[in-house]
Ligand binder design. Structure first.
Ligand SMILES: Cc1cc2nc3c(=O)[nH]c(=O)nc-3n(C[C@H](O)[C@H](O)[C@H](O)COP(=O)(O)OP(=O)(O)OC[C@H]3O[C@@H](n4cnc5c(N)ncnc54)[C@H](O)[C@@H]3O)c2cc1C
Length: 547
């Protein structure tokens, strides 16, 4: 298949992000975007993670130079995701900060160094884990912005260029991209009412109400949960994940600031409440917030009441009720239809993965189209599908982990997670519909390189049950596991160790490790001094972006 003409169906974030990337990276292709004037976009999507920086950088919209777009979408920075009342109701909240861990100068014990510290000092708060491994924590706690463009050793490996993501109004950002980058895109506002297939099952054209038939070599399905082309026309099977991630509804709104200086946090906060969790995303002009819940546990009206109580607002705000469809299609690119965004798959937004599932597929699409001058083979489509499948599955298992590790049992919803929901085969990544046998040995490599989730899941279980060490576990999984009170080095596991290492006593461990622990303490104090000199996010944005 040779691609010269592309038709994007859908004008949500996925549609316009794709159009902008195609315009910038493949200007020789003809791109048309058709969007319905009648069907609204999903209209949420505000919290991003570090992955977005590569995408924005490729479009010339990056922290090192051009951030003028931020004002168009009320953007703020985001350095972490904070989880409140996920582990225990009223327990210590935990952070999952972005970026790599500071582990380069550790000996073979690696990240187990902290597990041993916790064993030696049992009263250490769990937050000491991220404080030890992420030098930027004093900045985060103080709500301070420091981009570390100079590459100060003390702050390494933190780098704002990579590790400061954004909190944005994604709909406004997409519209900004449309205006700034998509002048050469033919834009049609019309409803697609029919999709025709040729005798090989390829899409031969789409019929619109007022513009007749539109044709292309490649059709990008960005029609949201509808999945008009991939699922509707090509009948690609859907893997429903409602059993593993049962949250299926959301109430979303925006609330005004009471005190911008204090409330404009450099993290997205997710708080577990009665029947789900509430996101809190500080934008420049207001705070985006929403309640993700499961309607098997609570009806919509009761959920709205719970949400309003939590945010301290009533009917004076506009609330939108959204139906969530969690899962993915078997393949995302079939014949001449490539689905990007919600039309391909979705995992509930606990880890802000929605836009990653837009930008990573776009990245691979552009690579595919530029690799051999627009010639696309079945191998290319298969490779694209494999990576998207692994990526979406990775998010699924990662998000599941936050719920599985909870100790909460104070409502039927949380009791379900901590006491009733069986991990069973899912834990091993064995999808009942599509068996996998671990270790699969496959590594999905998106822009950032991504461990295969089945292996990560396996490592977690092995760590828990056998190895009693965490050195092979990924940063992300560790932050959530430790935040959830998961301490693998304890009197029991140490006692077993002493069979082969009789000297493994608190004194010996303390002596051996104290230089590392002292390094963490001194580094934290030194970074605290930098944080004290740095502007708060509000001050920084006011002085540099929203001037
Ligand atoms: C509750 C919730 C919270 C979220 N929070 C986050 C978050 O914090 N961070 C994050 O990264 N992501 C988040 N997401 C995901 C994010 O919103 C989506 O990934 C993103 O908006 C992409 O949506 P989309 O463009 O695929 O679909 P949509 O926004 O639904 O757009 C679909 C488009 O298709 C068009 N269309 C449909 N049918 C037709 C037709 N017949 N003819 C012509 N056009 C048609 C529509 O008009 C529309 O333009 C969240 C999603 C949900 C549901």
């Amino acid at each position: 298949m040779k691609v010269d003409n592309i038709l994007i169906v859908g004008g949500g974030t996925a549609g316009w992000f794709t159009a902008a990337a195609l315009r910038v990276h493949t200007p020789h292709l003809n791109v048309t975007l058709v969007e319905s004037p009648n069907i609204p976009t999903v209209g949420v999507g505000e919290s991003t993670i570090g992955h977005i920086n590569v995408f924005l950088h490729s479009l010339g919209m990056n922290i090192s130079g051009n951030e003028s777009w931020m004002t168009a979408c009320d953007a703020t920075y985001k350095a972490s995701i904070k989880f409140t009342d996920f582990h225990k109701l009223g327990g210590e909240p935990y952070h999952y900060p972005f970026g790599r861990m500071d582990v380069d100068n550790l000996d073979v014990t690696g990240r187990d160094s902290w597990m041993m510290k916790k064993w030696v000092y049992p009263d250490l708060p769990q937050s000491d884990f991220v404080n030890s491994f992420y030098p930027q924590m004093p900045l985060i706690y103080g709500n301070k912005i420091h981009q570390n463009r100079e590459g100060i050793d003390l702050l390494k490996p933190y780098s704002g260029v990579q590790d400061l993501a954004y909190q944005i109004d994604a709909t406004k950002l997409a519209l900004w991209m449309k205006g700034a980058m998509c002048q050469d895109v033919t834009h049609i506002k019309d409803d697609v009412v029919d999709v025709s297939l040729d005798d090989k099952g390829y899409v031969s054209g789409v019929t619109t109400t007022d513009h007749g038939e539109l044709t292309a070599d490649l059709y990008i399905d960005c029609t949201g949960f509808k999945s008009l082309l991939l699922e509707g026309a090509l009948k690609e099977p859907w893997h429903d994940w409602s059993e593993d991630l049962p949250n299926n509804k959301a109430w979303a709104t925006h609330k005004p600031y009471k005190n911008k200086e204090e409330e404009m946090e450099v993290w997205t906060n997710n708080t577990g409440i009665e029947n789900g969790w509430v996101w809190n995303i500080p934008l420049w002009n207001n705070i985006g917030t929403g309640y993700v819940y499961c309607d098997s546990f609570v009806d919509d009206d009761t959920a709205l009441g719970e949400f309003q109580r939590h945010i301290g607002h009533g009917d004076e705000l506009d609330y939108k009720n959204i139906k969530i469809k969690t899962g993915r299609h078997n393949r995302g690119w079939v014949k001449n239809v490539c689905a990007i965004g919600l039309s391909n798959g979705f995992v509930e937004p606990l880890e802000s993965s929605g836009l990653v599932l837009v930008t990573e597929p776009i990245d691979l699409l552009i690579k595919t189209l530029t690799m051999r001058d627009g010639k696309v083979t079945q191998y290319d489509r298969d490779a694209w599908c494999l990576v998207q499948k692994e990526l979406t599955d990775a998010w699924k298992y990662f998000v599941m982990m936050h719920f599985y590790l909870t100790e909460r049992d104070d409502t039927p919803y949380w009791n379900y997670w901590s006491q009733e929901k069986e991990m069973g085969a899912h834990w091993w990544g064995i999808d009942f519909e599509q068996p996998h046998f671990w270790p699969s040995g496959m590594v999905a490599t998106g822009s950032f390189g991504l461990n295969n989730t089945y292996d990560v899941g396996m490592e977690l279980a092995i760590c828990r049950l056998k190895a009693e060490g965490v050195r092979y576990l990924s940063n992300a999984y560790l932050c959530i596991a430790v935040g959830s009170g998961w301490n693998i080095t304890n009197d029991y596991t140490v006692k077993k160790t002493t069979m082969v290492q009789p000297n493994f006593t608190r004194d010996v461990v303390e002596n051996k490790m104290k230089s590392i622990w002292l390094y963490w303490k001194n580094r934290t104090e030194d970074v605290q001094a930098i944080a004290n000199q740095s502007p708060t996010m509000y001050e920084y944005l006011k002085e540099n972006i929203y001037k």
